[in-house]
Design a protein around this ligand. Structure first.
Ligand SMILES: Nc1ncnc2c1ncn2[C@@H]1O[C@H](COP(=O)(O)OP(=O)(O)OP(=O)(O)O)[C@@H](O)[C@H]1O
Ligand SMILES: [Mg+2]
Length: 508
C-alpha cells in the first residue's frame, strides 16, 4: 500500500457540553476509498469539517503528504486539494448551475468582466465528467434534491486533486444514479485521489470502499476491511447485537383511506423538471404501508406533494378519494383537514426551522390543534417535547438545542416527530430515513408499525430498495408520472428495479 496522503492525529472538538470528537485518529491513502460509518451524532461530519477547514480543532494534528497543515478556512483546504461534498449542500438556490460551479472562482476576461461563455462551456464539461445530464442554465432552486446532490458532486470533483470528502452523497440518489456515482468514484481513485466516504447505506460499503472505520460517540471504535460482514458492522455501529431491522407486516387492514384511479395533476403553468403525476392508480388502507418505487424524475415526490396540496397551482383529473369520498386536495389546509401529513425529502426547505429549538419546532406543529388560541402551558409543551424526543431517540435528548446544531440524522427525526404529533390518518413520506442511521431507522420502522397498528395508513417514497422491500406491505412502481406495476412487500429487489427503470437485467 502507498503512503498516507492524509493523517489526522488526536483530534478533539467540543461544542459547549457536547464532546463531539474525543481524540480521533484517521488516515487516508492515495487512491483508496475509506468509508466512515457511525450513528447519527457520532461525529463524522464534525471530523470532516475539521479536515475541510470549516471548524478549527481544539487539539490534534493534520498532515497532508507528511506535512503538518493548519487550515484557517475552507478555501485554504481547497487550495491543498481537499474538496468536500457537504451533507447539507452548500449551493445558492437563486443562482444557476454554472454560477454555483464557479462561485468564488469565476473566470474573467481581461478587462471585460466575467467570461460567461467560457464558464458555461466548462460547466457543461464538468457536469459531463460527473456523469450528469442537466442544463447548466437551470437555477438550483428549481432542481430536485437529487439533482442538487449531483451538482454538488460535479462542483467538488473539480477541486479534488488529493482528497475528496463525500458526506452521504447517495442519500438523495436512486439506485441507478448511485451506481453511476460509484463509476465516478472509481475514476477519481484511478487518478490517485483519496476518498472519504460517509454513508448510512451499509450495503454500499463493500461495493465502493476499500476499508471501513466506525465511529461512536466521538471515538473510533473499529477498523475493518470493506469485506467485513454487515452484521459485524452493524454491531460496531450500534454497540449491541442488532437482529431485527424490519418489524412484521400488517396483520389486518382497516378501511380504505386513499384511492387514486387514473389520477393525474396538471399544473396551471408548465414547470421545468417537475414531473406531473399523469396516470396513477393506487389505494392505501388504514394499517398498511404502501411504497412508491421509481428512479429520479419518476414523479414520486411530485405525487406526494400534489396530494398534500403543496404542488404548484393546478388541477387534479381522474378520481381522487380520501376515506371513500371524492377529495379536492388543492391546498395544504384542505389536505390537513382531510387527515394528511407529509414528511418531505427536503428538511432544510420545508421540514423544520433550523434556528429554532427542538422544543419550539415540535410545539409549533401542534399548537393549533391543542389550543385554538395558540397557547399551551409550559408543562404541556415540555411533555410534548419530551415525548417526541423519547419516541424518536433524538440526540442529544434536550428540547432547548437549536435544530440547526443537531447532526443530519437527528434533524430528520425532529421532522418526523413533529408531523406525527398532528395525529394524521394518512402519512405521506418522502425519503423518510434519508441520513438516518441503522439503529434509528429500525426505531422509526417500529414506530410506524405501531402507528399503523392503530389505524394509520402510510404512503412512502424511497430510493432505498431494501427499505421499500423490507418495510412495505405493497409497492407501486412509477415511471414518468404513471404507476406501472404493483408488487407485494418482500419482492426481489431486482424485479422491482427492473420495473422502476424499465431496463431488464440492471444490477440491483
Ligand atoms: N455547531 C454545532 N453546535 C453544537 N453542537 C454541534 C454542532 N455541530 C455538531 N454538533 C454536535 O456534535 C455531535 C456530532 O455531530 P456530527 O454532525 O458530527 O454527527 P454525524 O456523525 O455527522 O451524524 P449524522 O449521521 O446524523 O450526520 C452531535 O451531538 C451534534 O449535535
Ligand atoms: Mg453528518
Amino acid at each position: 500500500m502507498t503512503e498516507p496522503i492524509l493523517e489526522m492525529r488526536g483530534i478533539e472538538k467540543r461544542f459547549g457540553g457536547v464532546h463531539a470528537l474525543r481524540g480521533v485518529d484517521f488516515d487516508l491513502r492515495e487512491g483508496e476509498v475509506h468509508a466512515l460509518l457511525g450513528e447519527n451524532g457520532a461525529g463524522k461530519s464534525t471530523l470532516m469539517n475539521v479536515l475541510a477547514g470549516v471548524i478549527p480543532p481544539e487539539r490534534g494534528e493534520i498532515r497532508v503528504k507528511g506535512k503538518v497543515v493548519q487550515f484557517a478556512s475552507p478555501r485554504e483546504a481547497q487550495a491543498s486539494g481537499i474538496a468536500t461534498i457537504y451533507q447539507e449542500l452548500d449551493l445558492v438556490p437563486g443562482l444557476d448551475i454554472t454560477a454555483n460551479l464557479f462561485l468564488g472562482h469565476e473566470l474573467m476576461r481581461p478587462f471585460a468582466g466575467l467570461d460567461n461563455r467560457r464558464m458555461e462551456r466548462e460547466a457543461r464539461a464538468r457536469m459531463a465528467a460527473a456523469g450528469v445530464d442537466i442544463d447548466v442554465r437551470r437555477k438550483i432552486g428549481d432542481l430536485s434534491i437529487g439533482q442538487r446532490q449531483l451538482v454538488a458532486i460535479a462542483k467538488a470533483l473539480s477541486y479534488a486533486t488529493r482528497v475528496l470528502i463525500m458526506d452521504e452523497p447517495t442519500a438523495a440518489l436512486s439506485a441507478a444514479e448511485a451506481e453511476r456515482l460509484f463509476g465516478v468514484v472509481r475514476a477519481m481513485c484511478a487518478r490517485g485521489v483519496g476518498i472519504v466516504y460517509i454513508s448510512h447505506r451499509l450495503e454500499e460499503v463493500p461495493r465502493v470502499a476499500d476499508r471501513v472505520t466506525v465511529m461512536r460517540d466521538g471515538r473510533i471504535v473499529g477498523d475493518e476491511p470493506a469485506s467485513a460482514p454487515q452484521a459485524r458492522l452493524v454491531n460496531l455501529l450500534v454497540g449491541r447485537p442488532f437482529d431485527q431491522l424490519f418489524p412484521p407486516r400488517a396483520a389486518a387492514l382497516g378501511p380504505e383511506l386513499l384511492r387514486l384511479e387514473r389520477a393525474g395533476f396538471t399544473p396551471a403553468a408548465e414547470r421545468a423538471g417537475w414531473q406531473a403525476p399523469r396516470d396513477v392508480s393506487l389505494t392505501v388502507h388504514g394499517g398498511e404501508i404502501v411504497g412508491l418505487a421509481g428512479v429520479m424524475g419518476a414523479g414520486r415526490t411530485e405525487l406526494l406533494s400534489a396530494l398534500y396540496g403543496a404542488g404548484p397551482p393546478g388541477r387534479w383529473h381522474g378520481s381522487v378519494s380520501v376515506a371513500g369520498r371524492p377529495a379536492r386536495l388543492q391546498s395544504i389546509g384542505a389536505a390537513r383537514r382531510a387527515g394528511l401529513a407529509f414528511v418531505t425529502d427536503d428538511r432544510r426547505g420545508s421540514g423544520v426551522i433550523l434556528r429554532h429549538s427542538v422544543g419550539r419546532n415540535v410545539v409549533m406543529s401542534i399548537l393549533r390543534r391543542i389550543s385554538p388560541a395558540g397557547f399551551m402551558s409550559p408543562a404541556a409543551e415540555d411533555e410534548a417535547t419530551r415525548r417526541s424526543i423519547r419516541n424518536f431517540d433524538i440526540r442529544p435528548p434536550r428540547g432547548d438545542v437549536l435544530v440547526g446544531n443537531l447532526s443530519g440524522g437527528n434533524q430528520q427525526k425532529v421532522v418526523f416527530a413533529k408531523e406525527l404529533l398532528r395525529e394524521p390518518k394518512l402519512l405521506l413520506l418522502d425519503e423518510p430515513t434519508r441520513g438516518v442511521d441503522v439503529g434509528a431507522k429500525g426505531e422509526i420502522y417500529q414506530r410506524l408499525r405501531a402507528l399503523t397498528g392503530q389505524g394509520l395508513g402510510v404512503l412512502v417514497a424511497s430510493s432505498e430498495l431494501p427499505e421499500l422491500v423490507g418495510l412495505c406491505d405493497r409497492i407501486v412502481a412509477m415511471r414518468q408520472g404513471c404507476s406501472v406495476a404493483e408488487f407485494p412487500g418482500g419482492i426481489d429487489e431486482k424485479v422491482l428495479l427492473e420495473s422502476a427503470t424499465g431496463i431488464a437485467g440492471e444490477a440491483a
